[in-house]
Ligand binder design. Structure first.
Ligand SMILES: [Zn+2]
Length: 221
């Protein structure tokens, strides 16, 4: 079977029936396939791809970082159990997050959904025309049941955590121009948030103030 047929088959009923039992295996299979077909096997064979029970608004998340003392760069992917509840969602979300991992591991850039990410997204679409175009956000319905209410919720937009970061920072036009610090926060919040994954908003803001002070001192000296 060609890879193309395999990916397309994930939209059909065959995989969804046993999805919960087979998703780990399917994740590894998709990861290896994409690594070969889109990323020229430049991503680590054994990147951690795990399932997160809590994420509800985010289909997937790519954590990027670097080991202390200028050590190796790493990336880990988390997938939402609640949102990625079918083979086709897993297929689409995984490649989206792998594009984030690639910008960091291959190009040393964390550019959100910027030019590097778009380049890999485009490669993925070229390598697998049968995939829905790889875009910033995924529009998904929530299929899981909420408490006693079993009707499905309205369509929500599930975004990768990076999109959320950007959306949070978009504010309605203000009368005053933003301060340099506000601009700095806007540009760097996403990457610092990823560095300090698991820590509070307060911690992220503290780190940003320190970074901003350092940067300001450097540019004045
Ligand atoms: Zn993303």
């Amino acid at each position: 079977m060609t890879p193309g047929c395999f990916l397309q088959s994930l939209s059909g009923p065959g995989y969804s029936r046993n999805f919960q039992q087979t998703k780990e295996e399917l994740t590894r299979k998709l990861y290896c396939l994409y690594n070969t077909s889109v990323f020229h096997s430049k991503l680590p064979r054994n990147m951690s791809v795990s399932w997160n029970k809590k994420m509800r608004k985010t289909a997937g998340y790519c954590i990027t970082g670097q080991e202390r003392g200028g050590g190796n760069r790493y990336a880990r992917i988390q997938l939402s159990e609640k949102v990625c509840d079918s083979a086709d969602r897993l297929r689409d979300t995984l490649v989206h997050e792998m594009c984030h991992a690639a910008t960091w591991l291959i190009n040393s850039v964390r550019d959100g959904h910027g030019p590097f990410w778009k380049l890999y997204a485009h490669k993925a679409t070229l390598a697998h025309p049968e995939l829905p175009t790889v875009t910033r956000c995924h529009g998904y319905d929530i299929n899981y049941k909420l408490g006693r209410h079993s009707k499905s919720l309205d369509t929500q937009r599930f975004v990768c955590a990076l999109c959320t970061g950007q959306l949070v920072l978009l504010t309605p036009a203000k009368t005053r121009a933003p301060t340099p610090f506000a601009n700095f926060v806007k540009e760097n919040y996403g990457s610092v948030r990823q560095d300090l994954v698991g820590q509070s908003h307060g911690e992220v803001m503290r780190k940003l103030s320190v970074d901003f002070a350092t940067k300001t001192k450097l540019s004045q000296s």
